[in-house]
Design a protein around this ligand. Structure first.
Ligand code: SAH
Length: 360
């Protein structure tokens, strides 16, 4: 039995079943044995691959968007990334910004917000020679009081949600207990929720319907919103999920690039679920920010000119042509990441965002 499994069992023995959200948080972020605490999960040698790990063009597009947003609004924000993984996206953004505007190397404050000490160390090593001044934070609470231009890729999907399930006409929250055979098993307890958070069609939904409520994701978005509202700036958030709220079980665990059982080997697999972008929009609006319409990653990257970038790269390095074509396909094609992944922009009310339409 792994130390984390033993720890969770002890907790269940003492307190009774724990919520799935608590289990999820412990699996990923336990300060001793959590998945993100102990591992470097991202990339070919890890458990899952993210857009910046597929191609440098992803970071180049975001860098161009970030600079265009700052210039269009005549502000000089600090650059902030939340949940930077192996630091690949920031490395690509900084290289691109340094080319587009070399003066930024001396003037641009860069802030990384990362909960995992292990990943923080990986990021520091990766960005050591970037030439930029970079500061690390464990939470957004310590970010300085200045304009911020925030980027985050696949941050919200890892933040635990609270799945609710309909049973005999009532809603129950998913919990975890230990079965007689000794393994973890899903159970449920009557949900203490305000039914108004559920989509309006909930009454007609059959037993077994799942709704993944994610208050921790909304709380993080609201905190980000408060910061931007008070000090100015903007943010762009990319993740996999849906633009409209809906019902359905999207909880998944990934290990070695394959699906794993969420209840087996806690702490050894990544656990995620689809992000409800409307709830993030609602949270940002509650902080009095403007929010964009939610568009697909494919549309966003196409608007920013990723095809042209690939063409110019393959002109100067013809040997990379196939690699670039494959990368574009993975990032943009609706059959791959292009449609499932979505983009949301948020900003202080006195700003506009390129390539995104503000929502009504
Ligand atoms: N953005 C990276 C990594 C995505 S994995 C990429 O695209 O490759 C999720 C990242 O978010 C990890 O670095 C994880 O440690 C971090 N993370 C999760 N919850 C966080 C939180 N509340 N605050 C800051 N970082 C967080």
């Amino acid at each position: 039995m792994t130390p984390l499994e033993a720890k969770i069992r002890r907790q269940i023995e003492l307190e009774g079943p724990i919520t799935l959200a608590e289990y999820w948080a412990t699996c990923l972020f336990d300060q001793q044995h959590g998945y993100y605490t102990t591992r470097v999960p991202i990339g070919a040698a890890g458990d899952f691959t993210t857009a910046p790990e597929i191609s440098q063009m992803f970071g180049e597009m975001l860098a161009a968007w970030w600079l265009a947003t700052s210039r269009q609004n005549n502000i000089a924000p600090a650059l902030v990334e939340i949940g930077p993984g192996r630091g690949t996206l920031m490395a690509d953004i900084l290289r691109t910004l340094g080319k587009l505007d070399p003066a930024l190397k001396h003037s641009l404050p860069v802030h990384m917000v990362e909960v995992s000490p292990r990943l923080t160390a990986v990021q520091k090593e990766k960005l050591e020679g970037s030439g930029f001044q970079i500061h690390w934070h464990k939470t957004i609470a310590t970010l300085p009081n200045s304009h911020m231009g925030i980027v985050a890729n696949e941050l919200f999907d890892a933040i635990p949600a609270r799945p609710f399930i309909k049973h005999e006409g009532s809603w129950y929250e998913s919990t975890i207990c230990v079965s007689e055979g000794g393994s973890f098993r899903l159970t449920a307890k009557p949900a203490k929720i305000d039914l108004s958070i559920l989509p309006a069609t909930q009454e007609g939904e059959p037993d077994g319907t799942v709704f993944e409520y994610a208050p921790a994701r909304e709380a993080l978005m609201q905190d980000i919103g408060h910061h931007i509202r008070r000090h100015g700036g903007f943010g762009v958030f990319i993740d996999y999920g849906h633009a409209e709220p809906g019902f359905g079980d999207t909880l998944q665990a990934m290990q070695n690039h394959a699906y794993a059982n969420v209840l087996e080997k806690p702490g050894e697999a990544d656990i995620t679920s689809h992000v409800d972008f409307q709830s993030l929009q609602r949270a940002a609006k509650a902080s009095d920010l403007l929010v964009s319409n939610v568009i697909t990653q494919g549309d966003f990257l196409n608007r920013l000119g990723i095809a042209e970038r690939a063409q110019s790269l393959s002109k100067s390095q013809p040997q990379l042509r196939n690699t670039l074509e494959t990368a574009i396909d993975r990032l943009v094609s609706p059959k791959q990441m292009g449609s499932l992944f979505k983009v949301l922009g948020v900003s202080h009310p006195d700003m506009t965002l390129p390539a995104l339409q503000m929502a009504g």
